[in-house]
Write a protein that binds this ligand. Structure first.
Ligand SMILES: Cc1cc2nc3c(=O)[nH]c(=O)nc-3n(C[C@H](O)[C@H](O)[C@H](O)COP(=O)(O)O)c2cc1C
Length: 180
């Protein structure tokens, strides 16, 4: 899996499933002796149960992560529909996916590296991802502790991120209703 950018541990990627529409969602693909993903009750899981297929895109656009977390990307975001590839993705992988007990076990079918993207670690990007995870939970619970954490990570985004991370964080504040 490493040649596609998926390393041991949890890999945050965009999962793409095709039902009546193209469904996109950030997912954590767990790579170890097996490859699997834990799926909550969401559209990704529902479509996998029907089709048995999951595509993933490895990419570093924070805006894509935020939009995918709260809605689906429309076709204008894609540079290819089959296989589904979001613009500027570094690689795509197609898996056969079998659901059992809330986990999908993944089996490699096909994949391609599209472009190589050399980049240093950016704390703003990492903080945006942390804020986003709390954001997807916050919209369900409105727990004020989660809001505090989102704002904490937002300060790191402001300090360390580039324009795209700041734009993504601003979108996150809108989707979560923290910025009204
Ligand atoms: C970085 C990140 C990783 C996520 N990983 C998972 C995951 O592994 N499994 C899952 O079910 N949801 C995960 N989520 C939450 C889903 O992306 C989110 O609930 C999304 O709205 C589901 O969309 P869907 O209904 O279109 O499938 C993650 C969210 C983020 C921000």
């Amino acid at each position: 899996m490493e040649r596609f950018g998926l390393f041991e541990g949890i890999n945050e990627v965009i999962g793409i499933t095709k039902g009546e529409w193209i469904n996109t969602a950030p997912l954590g693909i767990i790579v170890g002796e097996r490859i699997f993903v834990r799926l909550y009750e969401n559209h990704t899981r529902e479509i996998i149960e029907r089709t048995g297929i999951l595509h993933v895109n490895v990419l570093h656009d924070p805006v894509v992560f935020v939009i995918s977390a709260f809605q689906d990307l429309d076709e204008s975001w894609f540079e290819s529909i089959e296989p589904p590839v979001i613009r500027n993705s570094e690689s795509w992988v197609k898996f056969k996916a079998r659901m059992a007990d809330g986990y999908a076990t993944l089996e490699f079918v096909d994949g391609e590296v599209i472009r190589r993207n050399v980049r240093a670690i950016n704390r703003g990007f990492n903080a945006l991802i942390e804020a986003l995870i709390h954001g997807t939970r916050y919209v369900m619970s409105k727990n004020p502790e989660l809001k505090e954490r989102i704002l904490y990570y937002g300060r790191i985004v402001e300090r360390c991120g580039g324009k795209r991370e700041k734009e993504a964080f601003d979108l996150l504040l809108g989707y979560t209703g923290i910025r009204v």
